[in-house]
Design a protein around this ligand. Structure first.
Ligand SMILES: [Cu+2]
Length: 260
């Protein structure tokens, strides 16, 4: 019998002893390597179901306030005409942009999703945030970037996450931050420019989207199930819809907010 076989046999014997020890007195068992975690279902594949929809509003939205950038010439110079805040960004036929749409219930309770290694970029440019509304996963990097040659100080106002306060006095500065808990929404604002607001929807899964200029959104890769889909808008509030997905089908969920 050579040494290698002996060692394997010895290992097996040890394993048996450990296993018995676990039943009787777990604390006495020598530390064994932890069992590998269940693989994370990280990649919402193209195989899953899709929820698409359009978001619009009825009625007349209040005008967005014009921003007085006279004290920030470098920002002001980036606009051909005075910029406004982006509370209600409407497209043709009252399409509503900047609505955060996400699956708020219905995913398997034990499902784990790995955050993408790519960062979501939040750019401070022309003394406004780009994008104004964003979605991000727990643990995913949010790269905060300053494209203006002046001081921005971004502050996160959160309930479930730790807030942060990042000062970026110069153009080209970047800072990565992460969120540790799901939260819809984390409010972001600039302490220097009172008109600068952005909103981050932090989710434990990749099933979210932000409506575009035409009010449309698409959430892909959903496993079969019945889901609550919530649409959030900073002024018009939230709405929900129930959507059942079987196989790889595509379902529609449209939302209509009442302007006020
Ligand atoms: Cu600022």
């Amino acid at each position: 019998m050579n040494g290698r076989i002996l060692s394997v046999v010895g290992g097996m014997f040890l394993l048996t002893v450990c296993s018995k020890g676990d039943q009787g007195n777990a604390a006495a068992a020598p530390a064994a390597p932890p069992a590998p975690a269940a693989p994370a279902t990280s990649d919402p594949s193209a195989d899953g179901g899709t929820i698409t929809g359009k978001i619009k509003f009825t009625g007349t939205a209040a005008k967005n306030p014009t921003i007085d950038m006279s004290e920030e010439a470098a920002c002001k110079a980036k606009y051909p005409s005075p910029p406004t805040e982006e509370v209600v960004v409407a497209g043709a036929a009252n399409a509503l942009a900047n609505v955060f749409v996400y699956v708020s219930a219905g995913l398997p309770a034990n499902a784990k999703y790995q955050a993408p290694s790519t960062a979501v970029v939040l750019d401070q440019n022309g003394c406004r945030y780009h994008p104004h509304v964003l979605g991000i996963m727990v643990g995913q990097n949010l790269e905060i970037k300053n494209s203006d040659p002046l001081l921005h100080n971004i502050k996160a106002i959160a309930k479930k996450n730790r807030g942060f306060n990042v000062s970026q006095p110069n153009a080209g500065m970047t800072r990565d931050v992460t969120f540790s808990a799901p939260e819809v929404m984390v409010n972001l604002e600039c302490n220097v420019h009172g008109w600068m607001h952005a909103y981050a929807g932090v989710r434990p899964d990749p099933f979210f989207a932000v409506s575009g200029a035409d009010g449309s959104f698409s959430i892909k890769g959903l496993p079969p199930g019945t889901y609550t889909v919530e649409a959030w808008h900073e002024r018009f509030g939230t709405q929900t819809a129930t959507v059942t997905i079987a196989g790889t089908e595509s379902k529609t969920a449209n939302f209509t907010f009442a302007a006020h």
